[in-house]
Design a protein around this ligand. Sequence first.
Ligand code: AMP
Ligand code: MG
Length: 489
Amino acid sequence: MVSIAFDNSYARLPQRFFAAVAPTPVAAPKLIRLNTPLASELGLDVDWLQGPEGVAMLSGNGMPAGAASIATAYAGHQFGGFSPQLGDGRAILLGEVIDKSGKRYDLQLKGAGPTPFSRRGDGRAALGPVLREYLVSEAMAALGVPTTRALAAVLTGEIVRRETLLPGAVLTRVASSHIRIGTFQYFAARGDIEALRLLADHVIARHYPACAGEDRHLALLEAVITAQAALVAQWMTIGFIHGVMNTDNMSIAGETIDYGPCAFMDTYHPTTVFSSIDEHGRYAFGNQPPIARWNLTRLAEALLPLLADDQSKAVSIAENALDQFDPQFQARLITGFRRKLGLATNEAEDVELIKALLDTMQQGDADFTLVFRRLSEEVGQESAAACRSLFGNPAAFDAWEARWRQRLLRESGLAEARHDTMMGVNPMYIPRNHQIEAVIEAAVERDDLAPFEVLLGVLGQPFDAQPGHEEYARPPAAHERVLATFCGT
Ligand code: AMP
Ligand code: MG
């Protein structure tokens, strides 16, 4: 009998932070996929996880000794409107483990059955969204973006009812924690300042130990602002659209969380929206930075009672902190795009150069990912002919390219190193929507998980050309284009 060395710090918080609840067993659990490298990093026993007891745990059919088995309480602004009580309606925290490097992680089952927070939901997840989250979160990790991870996916052998009847599945999610902006809002909305302080101090100890000290709650707010500014800047440099940036879906640790209707942009356009529930484009690609700031403002509001006894003083402290978001975000964004363009030095006009490329891409319907990849491939050549062919407005690209080449002349680094750096930051493979949809269709309609395995493998090495897998770098043809994605509910 192998056991997992759980150390459940969140479950040691007062009872009003969560509901104790056991997963609801499923009919016929079948392991689809275990993330063995991640399991090893977490110090988990891979053979045990793949065996009957492990699969029982990963499907919610049997809890190992020491598991927490709780659903956490949180609130949140959803599309701008406040819900004072959301909480884990279909996710159950197995517990926390400490990895080989001493870092603490949550293991959570998503789709493990109803909880006291389920409202009218069934507590379950369908196979399609589970595969989507598995693929996209693992792709994000390979791209170097802070994210929750996928440890395992299991078929339940049961059917879930959505618009149609679909196979059910459970995802085991790994996160630095599942504490969200909405967790703070939950206690703030109840005027429970004691809980707010306990939560803040828990988060400081767990995620931001450098903030400990006298002004620790302001330091915490500033640290979360910095983490989320950095995170969203990374999203913007890879074309990632989260799709449902509600405050309950924004991790306090600054990880990408809640892969519902998320998608990567193909052709560059800042107003791109895929989510079928985002009718007004609130969470469009180009809106993500101001929305992140809006969400952080909600966090600051929740923290006000901890920032100063005097309300107006607390507000001005919070406002000063929030004012750091824009400059921090901009700095991160520019740094990211400079690297994408092979620029190691800083010039004031670089901002214009970056903007001009994005504008040209937008006007010419160019594929965001491929443009940067081809610039990387062709940086050492006379001209970027393959990149040029991506643009519907090649003359505009020529003008931009001439500017870029002039700018590169003022770089001191070796051309070889520049090429290598660019190839290491501009991916060839991203989880393109049409490919994810094809994987899901094969799995759901034909019980065929082979395409999932292949795509997962390709996305694990996004910066390396993989002979035989050129197909996965290709943007969708007109008839393959996916216009809407649906959240996992
Ligand atoms: P999401 O849009 O996935 O962030 O979910 C928003 C809220 O709805 C969270 O409180 C979820 O736990 C809850 N929820 C989503 N899907 C379900 C479901 N199938 N059953 C119960 N609760 C759900
Ligand atoms: Mg959520």
